[in-house]
Write a protein that binds this ligand. Structure first.
Ligand code: TMP
Length: 213
């Protein structure tokens, strides 16, 4: 027992992936057993769902209906919670999870404008009401994040290709979520240097998770 679910959230290009990697190395150096995972795509089924959700071609071909998109994220989450999160928490692991329920509220709720009570219901069904112990919100300007993504040269995925106004609504969603759940969601200024962001994250984890210094 004693596992923890630590989630990283933010708009496109906020730096989650590299911060999670650094964080995992740091936790392991403290002797903590860490699992790094993500949504969508943290299970075998999820890898398929991620491709369906994010591949660019779906933006050019048959559009993905908004509620279909919501249900696919919920399906990915349900599988992830059952297959990965619950067993690893039960085994006492510290899970670093790239996106979770707040992404659905921010993207499908604020971004797409889908009904919040439907989203909350689906989040509850998919998670069996499993909440994160701590959520780190890496806050960067939408323009800065998208510019980082554009310079990746991988090309933008279906959601990254959305209009800037969509990404601004997502950002507003994170700001409102952080204001509503101050003990669960902690904002970190993602525009700082990689090293400075990591230091802040480590300090937050020490305090919130009572880790040894
Ligand atoms: P990322 O793993 O590179 O951040 O990409 C995941 C994308 O999926 C990102 O654009 C956010 C989006 N997303 C949602 O729209 N809703 C969700 O519930 C989740 C988990 C992700």
């Amino acid at each position: 027992m004693g596992g923890k679910l630590i989630v990283f959230e933010g708009v496109e290009g906020c730096g989650k992936t590299s911060q999670m990697q650094l964080c995992s190395e740091w936790l392991e150096s403290l002797g903590v057993s860490v699992v790094v995972t993500r949504e969508p795509g943290g299970t075998e089924l999820g890898v398929h769902l991620r491709r369906l959700l994010l591949e660019k071609s779906s933006a050019q071909g048959e559009p993905v209906a908004e509620v279909t998109e919501l249900l696919l994220y919920a399906a990915d989450r349900s599988q992830h919670v059952e297959q990965e999160l619950k067993p690893n928490l039960a085994a006492g692991k510290y899970i670093l999870c790239d996106r979770y329920t707040d992404s659905t509220i921010a993207y499908q709720g604020y971004g797409r404008g889908l009904n919040m009570s439907l989203i909350n219901q689906l989040n509850n069904i998919a998670t069996g009401s499993l909440e994160s112990d701590l959520t780190i919100w890496l806050d960067v300007d939408v323009e800065v994040g998208l510019a980082r993504k554009l310079s990746d040269k991988v090309g933008l995925d279906r959601i990254e290709q959305e209009a800037i106004a969509f990404h601004r609504r997502v950002q507003k969603g994170y700001a409102e979520l952080a204001a509503s759940y101050p003990s669960r969601i902690v904002r970190v200024d993602g525009s700082l240097s990689k090293e400075a962001v990591q230091e802040l994250i480590q300090e937050i984890l020490r305090v919130h998770l009572h880790l040894a210094r």
